[in-house]
Design a protein. Structure first.
Length: 596
């Protein structure tokens, strides 16, 4: 099918480019090349480490293709659509993400692509490692864990591969609890730091950074060819995790293909050619393109950094230092603000305590006043009763005197008088006793009234003393925040992309510069394994694996799960396997490949 012609030459046409977290739309001139579009995208998003990336699309026959930078966009086999659609994706992978990825935007793009590949199960990830990676993805997405703003269910959606979820009898809440344990440990980690930690763990996965192509050897055995940053790996058809053999770029000097036949010429002159056959002819140029690009980056890494890369690293270091200073300043302000809020809360609590004391004092004063009034009333009644008794006693004495005067009249009257006198005396004595008792009662009530008045006076003095104390001032809460500056405008001159692959290229000499022996020694250096870099983390992973093992449904385990379990049982990992399959001469490995 000839390339689709949308408009007449000289006109523009719409293009849409997706970067996994954004969609960019452009109008390109009719004669614009792939380089024009690629540079436009990179300038728009501020990407300078362009050598890792390319524009991928699906051609008119449904095959995955990468836009050729040296050809016009319209001259390439783009599907007949109103708007040409492309994906900005990493075409090549670094050997060590922490050392090679300089820009934050580059790290973010790699994070998005690797995260999507793991969730889509294009990269196999063990269940325990997927939980750890999910905790870093949540930290990058939401920031520090906050129990108050945390909503149930927010830590599970699109964070774990469906294969992992289906393989265990665990509810979303159970997965969320396990993710939350690690998520809470990442407090204080910025987005770029969390994404870098994610990539450092992901790069140790067996299928990370491997482009797989179906091939056969001379015996027609179906195999997988894995093109990686370090060389070419050969996998059995049922096992994409552990390569059977490998050929580092330092051992390859020439690659070519003729129809379906690929010929790899080793640097070792005595070794035979490494020959394999691809199953899809349309993929041959893509295989060769990936081999050339990976080899060029392999050589570039083993040379001193260019001035431009050094400048980028210096700028990135300076920017990282500046952001760290700002984060420290924000952290200090946050601590001060939290301390001020705590102090304010403490003062408010003290004020509430004082207000409660004032209320209790007023209540006690009111009760004292009521008690004093009651005692005063009782004292008044007692005084009136004592006065009345005194009057009755006086009247009784007057009556006795009158009776004594009348006693002289007659003896009978005398007897009667004596009797009445005795009765009057008894009544008088009783009235006198009652009067004295009432007087004592009145005196006791007076004393109680005096004590009540003194208590009232004491309560008033205490209230006045408290009210005279200055009220605590509410602390000033510092709310000055220093927003992190956005990235400054990057220069429009970007590092040159890898040299474009001519359409008719079917072979390529992999020129090895420098001392091959020294280069081989450099390649053979043992990488510090992830197990040794973080023993505590590995212990946590083992604990989680043991904890969820009892909930595993063996019937739902995939072949890759079984292969990984065998690796764990044998104590193997990605790097120990690569070291093992690289052992021996190139000649021996070629012979081993042909016998597969």
């Amino acid at each position: 099918m000839p390339p689709f012609r949308r408009k007449k030459p000289g006109k523009s046409f719409p293009v849409k480019v997706c970067t996994l977290d954004a969609e960019l739309e452009f109008n390109l001139e009719w004669r614009a090349t792939g380089r024009d579009l690629f540079d436009l995208v990179c300038r728009t998003i501020g990407l300078r480490e362009t050598w890792y990336f390319g524009l991928r699309y699906e051609d008119s026959k449904g095959f995955i293709s990468w836009l050729k930078l040296d050809k016009r966009v319209q001259a390439q086999d783009i599907p007949a659509q109103t708007t040409a659609s492309f994906m900005l994706l990493s075409k090549f992978y670094p050997e060590e993400v922490a050392e090679e990825l300089v820009q934050e935007v580059t790290q973010h793009l790699f994070f998005l692509q690797v995260n999507r590949a793991i969730l889509n199960m294009d990269i196999y990830c063990p269940p325990e490692a997927s939980v750890l990676l999910a905790s870093y993805a949540v930290q990058a997405k939401y920031g520090d864990y906050d129990e108050a703003s945390h909503k149930p269910g927010m830590l599970v959606d699109d964070l774990l591969p469906q294969r992992v979820i289906d393989q265990y009898q665990m509810t979303p809440e159970m997965w969320e609890d396990r993710i939350k344990i690690w998520y809470a440990d990442h407090r204080g980690m910025s987005r770029d730091e969390a994404e870098m930690e994610y990539l450092k763990i992901a790069q140790d996965l067996d299928m990370y950074g491997v482009n797989y192509f179906p091939i056969t050897n001379k015996k027609d055995t179906e195999l997988w060819l894995g093109v990686t940053a370090l060389g070419l790996n050969i996998y059995e058809k049922e096992n994409k995790l552990s390569p059977k053999t490998t050929f580092p770029w330092s051992e390859i000097r020439h690659i070519s293909f003729d129809d379906k036949k690929f010929i790899i010429k080793p640097v070792e002159r005595t070794a035979p050619n490494f020959v394999f056959f691809s199953q899809k002819v349309r993929m041959n140029k893509l295989i060769l393109d990936l081999c050339i690009g990976n080899h060029d980056l392999f050589m570039r890494r083993r040379k001193p950094d260019s001035m431009e890369v050094q400048q980028m690293k210096a700028q990135a270091k300076e920017e990282k230092s500046r952001r760290q200073i700002e984060r420290n300043k924000l952290a200090r302000e946050k601590q001060l603000r939290e301390a001020a809020e705590r102090e304010k809360a403490a003062l408010e609590q003290r004020l509430a305590h004082y207000q409660e004391e004032v209320r209790l004092a007023n209540e006690a004063l009111r009760r004292s006043e009521e008690t004093a009034d009651l005692l005063a009333e009782k004292s008044r009644v007692a005084e009136e009763e004592a006065l009345l008794l005194s009057q009755k006693a006086a009247e009784a004495e007057q009556e006795i005197a009158r009776l004594r005067l009348g006693a002289l009249k007659t003896e009978e009257e005398k007897v009667v008088l004596e009797r009445k006198t005795r009765e009057a005396e008894r009544l008088t004595a009783r009235l006198v006793d009652e009067s004295e008792r009432r007087a004592v009662e009145a005196q006791r009530l007076k004393d109680e009234l005096l004590a009540a008045r003194l208590a009232e006076k004491h309560a008033k003095e205490k209230l006045l003393q408290f009210l005279s104390t200055p009220a605590p001032h509410s602390p000033t809460v510092m709310t000055n925040l220093y927003p992190v500056s956005s990235h400054p405008m990057l220069p429009s001159d970007l590092p040159s992309q890898l040299e474009p692959l001519p359409t008719d290229l079917t072979s390529y000499d992999l020129v090895i510069n420098g001392d091959m022996e020294q280069l081989s020694l450099e390649i053979e250096k043992e990488r510090v394994e992830y197990l040794e870099k973080s023993k505590h983390l590995q212990e946590q992973l083992r604990e989680l694996r043991s904890e969820i093992e009892v909930l595993k449904v063996d019937e739902k385990a995939s072949e890759l799960d079984a292969l990984h379990e065998e690796q764990v049982r044998l104590g193997e990992n990605k790097y120990s396997t690569l070291r093992k399959v690289k052992s021996g001469s190139t000649k021996a490995r070629v012979a081993f490949f042909e016998e597969l």
